[in-house]
Write a protein that binds this ligand. Structure first.
Ligand code: G4P
Length: 552
């Protein structure tokens, strides 16, 4: 996805233009894909909701398969020791299941905010996001941050207001927060009746039905909601009912109705109220994902021209993961397919270096299980095995005409450390291990100036990233490392030609990554602002989102 090679290898023979029948099949298959990610502040209920979507989608038979409750909070998708110890999800995987005629690719984002760059990559591969809000807490900081990323990509967002069984922010207040804090028009599809302990269900504004809420036994199996026409809810004399009806009338009066166009443009969000832990509202959300969420659309390439879905195969690497499972010691690159059909053995080319690559094995990865995929379609995110040469952001394409999708947005690190190899005999492992972790995006491996530093700089957003790096270096590369903190806390992306200005000024340092990103890092905000005022011509960016062609 970086530079375009001057001489591309000859066209693979399988890159011929598709026939009409093939095009029809491709459009049908792409049309039934729904690829989305769930974003939320930690603890809002993302894991619980994921679990329940899988349960209602028929992918697991008992909730809890993803997050084992007994003895901790380790999910089956959590594969690292550190995840098991901490009970957090660091890595992300693709959960794929079929519901009705729809193929759902649920891209699991890491739960911890230290891994927000990983979330960026996942969002780059998604066509839609589900934003989970804790009804008791309203819009929280991490939701805001992730929302901004989704917004920059103009991804349509469906909002699920979770934990309605808990007392909290009133539903009308919440609408106000969404509009004021996120600048998003909220269009409730369902509306709560009662709050907290008094929560008794939702009114579905589409067909004026009442879905009654009951506290089922911990919700490990599917329970069908009791649905009755609103006038048959039997709550006529209940003050909760009167209040909810009045609010629904108000929503009708201001026409807060689902607007497909504004939703597709990312400027309005349909809202669903529920309680994931009690399985309530999960079915309605799953239905919305089938009916409202968008199927894949043509993605713009670096020349800003949308690539038709039926063009020959193309896709980009949104994530690289190595050594996920001791039984499969290898490297998987997750490829989001943007056009064409993938078949086992497909010959493609990497537009970064022009090298050919044969996609022998692609997997649908469900937690720890892998399933060999004979074919896949636009919208699918497939795990390509043995992808030693692939990096995050690479475009793979069939055919001789070079295709490149824009780079995945990146956020500057917020903390830095020098990596010190404790065992000089393991120099090779030290280098290759750090390079591997950089390519996976666990931490950024940075370099100051042209020389290879014996104590290379690592950059990350949160402390946990560094802990993971230290542990993986030890476990997977047999290499003990020490991390010495470095004094920079504010970094911005800069253009490579501004490196001499940054180094010459002395307030900060310039650090370059292997992916071509260059950062100016400063000890604090004061130094950063002083530098900015002295050099107004140097552009200091917090996030570059070239995917939509708009800097964010
Ligand atoms: P996360 O992935 O977003 O971090 O959140 P997670 O699903 O782990 O949920 C965080 C906590 O909130 C869990 O409780 C979970 O049971 C609870 N929760 C999720 N949805 C609801 C809901 O609709 N209503 C209520 N009342 N609680 C909900 P925990 O005590 O941290 O863990 P656990 O022992 O229940 O697993």
């Amino acid at each position: 996805m970086a530079e375009t090679p001057t001489s591309a290898p000859a066209a693979p023979s399988d890159a011929a233009a598709p026939t009409t029948a093939a095009t029809t099949e491709l459009r049908r298959e792409a049309g039934r894909r729904r690829t989305f990610a769930i974003i939320s502040h930690p603890d809002a209920g993302k894991t619980t909701l994921t679990e329940k979507l899988l349960l209602y989608g028929g992918a697991v038979h008992e909730a809890g398969a993803v997050k084992a409750r007994a003895g901790g909070r380790n999910a089956t998708s959590d594969w690292m020791q550190i995840e098991r110890e901490r009970g957090i999800s660091v890595s992300s995987t693709v959960l794929r299941f079929v519901v009705g005629d729809v193929v759902v690719n649920l891209l699991d984002t890491p739960g911890h905010q230290d891994f927000s760059e990983d979330t960026l990559r996942v969002l780059a591969a998604a066509d839609c996001a589900v934003m989970v809000i804790d009804a008791a807490k309203g819009i929280e900081q991490q939701t805001k941050r992730l929302f901004q990323v989704a917004r920059a990509r103009r991804i349509p967002i469906i909002t699920f207001v979770n934990k309605c069984d808990r007392p909290g922010v009133s539903a009308l207040q919440l609408l106000d927060h969404i509009e004021k804090e996120l600048g998003l028009r909220a269009t409730p599809v369902t509306w709560p009746v009662g709050e907290g302990q008094d929560f008794c269900g939702v009114i579905d504004r589409r067909d004026d039905t009442f879905h009654r809420f009951t506290r089922t036994a911990r919700g490990s199996s599917i329970v069908d909601d009791e649905v009755v026409p609103a006038d048959g809810a039997g709550l006529d004399d209940d003050p909760r009912w009167a209040a909810a009806r009045e609010e629904v009338d108000l929503l009708d009066a201001v026409e807060a109705d689902h607007d497909p166009e504004a939703f597709a443009a990312g400027s309005s969000t349909p809202l669903f109220f529920g309680s994931a832990v009690w399985n309530f509202g999960v079915d309605a959300l799953l239905q919305a994902l089938q009916e409202i969420a968008p199927a894949p659309t043509p993605r713009p390439t670096t020349d800003d021209v949308p690539r038709p879905l039926e063009a020959t195969f193309s896709g980009f690497v949104c994530k690289v993961q190595a050594n996920t499972d001791p039984r499969h010691r290898d490297r998987i690159a997750y490829v989001r397919i943007c056009s064409g059909r993938f078949e086992r053995g497909l010959k493609v080319q990497n537009s970064r270096n022009g090298r050919p690559f044969t996609m022998h094995h692609a997997h649908a990865v469900f937690a720890r299980e892998r399933q060999d995929l004979p074919e896949a379609w636009p919208g699918d995110v497939i795990g390509v095995v043995g992808a030693l040469d692939l990096r995050v952001g690479d475009t793979l394409h069939a055919g001789s005409a070079v295709v490149a999708f824009p780079p995945i947005p990146t956020i500057p690190p917020e903390r830095f450390a020098a990596a010190v190899n404790r065992d000089a005999r393991r120099h090779k492992q030290f280098r290759s291990g750090l390079q591997q972790l950089d390519e996976e995006g666990v931490v950024r491996l940075l370099q100051r100036g042209g020389v290879q530093d014996p104590r290379p700089v690592l950059g990350g957003v949160g402390a946990l990233q560094f802990e993971v790096a230290v542990q993986r270096m030890k476990d997977e590369f047999g290499c003990e490392i020490r991390l010495d903190p470095l004094p920079w806390t504010e970094a911005r992306l800069i253009d490579p030609e501004d490196v001499p200005t940054v180094e010459g000024d002395g307030a900060g340092v310039a650090l370059s990554g292997a992916d071509g990103a260059v950062f100016a890092a400063f000890p604090d905000g004061f130094q950063l602002r002083r530098f900015a005022s002295r050099h107004p011509d140097v552009e200091l960016r917090e996030l570059v989102n070239t995917a939509s062609g708009v800097p964010a």
